[in-house]
Design a protein around this ligand. Structure first.
Ligand code: XBP
Ligand code: MG
Length: 248
């Protein structure tokens, strides 16, 4: 089956959004709510074990403020706090502060020129995807992605494969016709769980993650003049080799 579509994760893959994006937005939302919670860089790295912002807040309470779990209105309080965080994050992204990672725009342009279909499979909130693409990739680039699977559209978030399975269903393609891009162990497990050949680009938070099963693990997709520049030709080779069951 030839390679027909590329499916991208967002946070950590398209852009390095966690440390200087989502984490800052969570802390601003806590401040605006009058809470003395502060997620510093190491703590946030530990909390990233749980995908989904609402789920991450609950995980934080379980670990550090279990007495608050008995609050009868906990779900609505978490939802309201997360909506505030999303507003803060959207403002931050719209300011242009979170650029695409090296090679992402180049590879997407090459894939578009070659007629490959593009999709997104992410745990983050849908609005976050649109603002990131429009602010950091290109105006109108949201339309380049035929399917955007994001956030609560599926019952179970990564590492469950649900979001990737949903995107494949919307594309009407088998996993064997696609290739996924991820940055984390949760994301890799989700993509592999959906049967997808997966390429990992690591970041500061995921360098020490276990990436067993990834077709390749790279620091980034590379700029056109770098030796490890990931090109469409290279993707096709990885895809063909993985389908043939051989390591490229
Ligand atoms: C990463 C996530 C998201 C973000 C926060 O998503 O787990 O939850 O950390 O975004 P992915 P929200 O790597 O799948 O793109 O607060 O909107 O969930
Ligand atoms: Mg990610």
């Amino acid at each position: 089956m030839p390679l027909q579509a590329l499916i991208f994760d967002v946070d950590g893959t398209l852009a390095d959004t966690e440390r200087d994006g989502h984490r800052i937005a969570f802390n601003e939302a806590f401040r605006q709510a009058g809470l003395d919670w502060h997620w510093d860089i190491p703590l946030y790295g530990a909390l990233l074990a749980v995908t989904g912002g609402k789920e991450r807040i609950r995980y934080f309470l379980q670990q550090f403020h279990p007495q608050l779990l008995d609050d009868a209105d906990l779900d609505s309080r978490i939802a309201a706090l997360h909506q505030s965080k999303t507003r803060c994050y959207l403002d931050l992204v719209a300011s242009g502060g979170l650029p695409m990672r090296p090679g992402v725009a180049r590879l997407i342009a090459e894939a578009r020129d070659a007629g490959l279909r593009l999709a997104i499979a992410t745990t983050t909130t849908p609005e976050n995807v649109v603002v990131l693409l429009e602010s950091s990739l290109a105006k109108g680039s949201t339309a380049w992605f035929e399917v955007i699977g994001a956030g609560d559209i599926v019952p179970a978030k990564k590492p469950a494969p649900d979001i990737y399975t949903w995107v494949l269903e919307q594309l009407g393609l088998p996993a064997s016709a696609c290739l996924a891009f991820e940055d984390s162990d949760n994301g890799l497990r989700a993509a592999l769980g959906a049967g997808l050949i997966t390429l990992v680009t690591t970041n500061d938070y995921t360098l020490d993650h276990v990436f067993d099963g990834a077709t390749a693990v790279l620091p980034d997709l590379g700029s056109s003049d770098s030796p490890q520049c990931v090109t469409l030709a290279g993707l096709r080779q990885w895809h063909a080799a993985a389908q043939a069951g051989s390591v490229p």
